[in-house]
Write a protein that binds this ligand. Sequence first.
Ligand code: ATP
Length: 569
Amino acid sequence: MDQSNVMKKNGRFYFAMVLHVLEGMLSGCNFMVLYLSIRALLEDTLNTKLLFTLTGTLALIFVVRLIIYSIGYTQGQIGGAEVSKHIRLFLGDKIKKIPLSRFTKAQTGEYINVVTSDVNNYESILTHKSGDIIKNIALSLSLIFFVSTVYLPAGLILLVVYLMLIPALWFSFRSVKKYGNEKNQILADNVSNIVEYITGIQTFRSYGIGGTKNKTVTDSMGAYSNISYQYEKKVIPIGVSYNIIVWCSLPAMVLVAGNAWVSGLLDTATFIMVSVLPIFASKLAGTIFIDLTSYKNLMISKRKINKVIFEEEEPESTVPFMPKNKDVCFEDVWFSYVENEPVLTGVSFTAENEELTAIVGDSGSGKSTILNLISKYYKPQSGKICIGGIPITEIASEKVLELISMVDQDVFLFNDTIKNNIRYARPSATDIEIIQACKLANCDAFIRKLEKGYDTPIGENGSQLSGGERQRLSIARAILKNSPILLLDEATASLDIENELAVKDAIRNLLKEKKTVIMIAHTLSIVQNANKIVVVSNGRIIEQGPHEELLQKQGKYYSMWKAEEELAV
Ligand SMILES: Nc1ncnc2c1ncn2[C@@H]1O[C@H](COP(=O)(O)OP(=O)(O)OP(=O)(O)O)[C@@H](O)[C@H]1O
């Protein structure tokens, strides 16, 4: 669907709106019948026949209104739900196309908010708010029209009641604009913080910073209640003042109509009718004020949805990406996550086709960032990253990632069976291929010991598995995907010796295939046989070459090697 049509309202919605207008006008007719009844009563012309005619008319209005209401309500609900269904489907698809670098912590809360509460808000505008507002406005207009025809000054008083809505809404819309946007932004931060809090609840609890002790969450909750309070504090007095002013229409009406009655210009029936109408009209105007204020507030959600709909997308994957070879080349790449805090400063190196390139360096030197850039999770600020000589900047992430298998420290596992978790790497894989991959990744044995073997559900994010087991499942995925480029973060230091050996053995099996491998190595013993070792320090490459050559240089690599040897002794 074209993005400019996503939020477009449909025929059902407009049909429902027409029916709401009719319903509002019919409600106004009740007052006319009531007026005729009072007239007949006071003029002593009320008899059984007229009484039946009047009550029959009221019953008919009721039945017609009921029919119109039922059709209008149903059409409005279906029409609104259809629009929000299109929005949800579009956003689901859109999120796939947004560059991965946009999914920072803050932005994630914003997206969650848009696809959940903002779409719900917009749906409620379509299914409820618009209909209620339009119906009440139609009813108000028919009241003004009716009263004006029976006694013009009374009609003008009612008109003033409704015209007073303009300044009241001007003030309330100003507050909505000021606090509503801020409230929405704080809510998005709140969602991000809560998602992070709940995801990390075990860690928070283990350090005794759960509940109110978690300052970030409590601060953000506090900020949200503050802004909600500020918002209400500004809007409520406007609503209250408006109500007080419009209720003055009651004594004003009694005074004006009373004077006319005393002077004989107005009959008793009209006096009674117009004198009680301000009670109803004031209440109705108050409802319209509240509904329009909340409509304006809900329209913030519409703008936010639109912002995501028109957000810049990844380049389309129409261009086939078939590099002749799979060497990965960095040319003077500069990158920072946060403005003015460079993490990579002029990185240049080539990981040759079907060779093993190891990246070593101090913690925080930028090793994982290099892998993140190859996977297009982020975009460099300057410089070029090429695969097989083709710059990847203009290629869709999807296409680039087809060529890459990633085995890193953060293994994400779905709440599904072991077999299905591995199958994500290649949905067309047969059970035998999955088992074969698991054997090579050293996980077949532990999987078979589980109650239901490969069909065992592994809980949310694989919570029932150890760190080493999760890493081996991730290696099994990479083996199954069998892509020509392998990005590997060898993080075995945190594992117990048995798991470390199993993972290292699985990695050895993974490396047997002819692939372009870029491996972050945390222990140097594993990189001795690499074709090239790239040494990173403070975001720069300070040495590169094979093991022996780097040892001879007696630079950073040499001292790291010596330090590791001493540790081993
Ligand atoms: N998403 C992020 N936002 C902001 N800064 C980040 C982000 N990820 C990493 N950094 C910072 O970038 C720098 C390089 O991080 P990186 O993870 O690439 O280092 P590393 O060499 O892989 O470290 P380690 O060996 O400890 O995993 C660090 O200072 C880190 O704090």
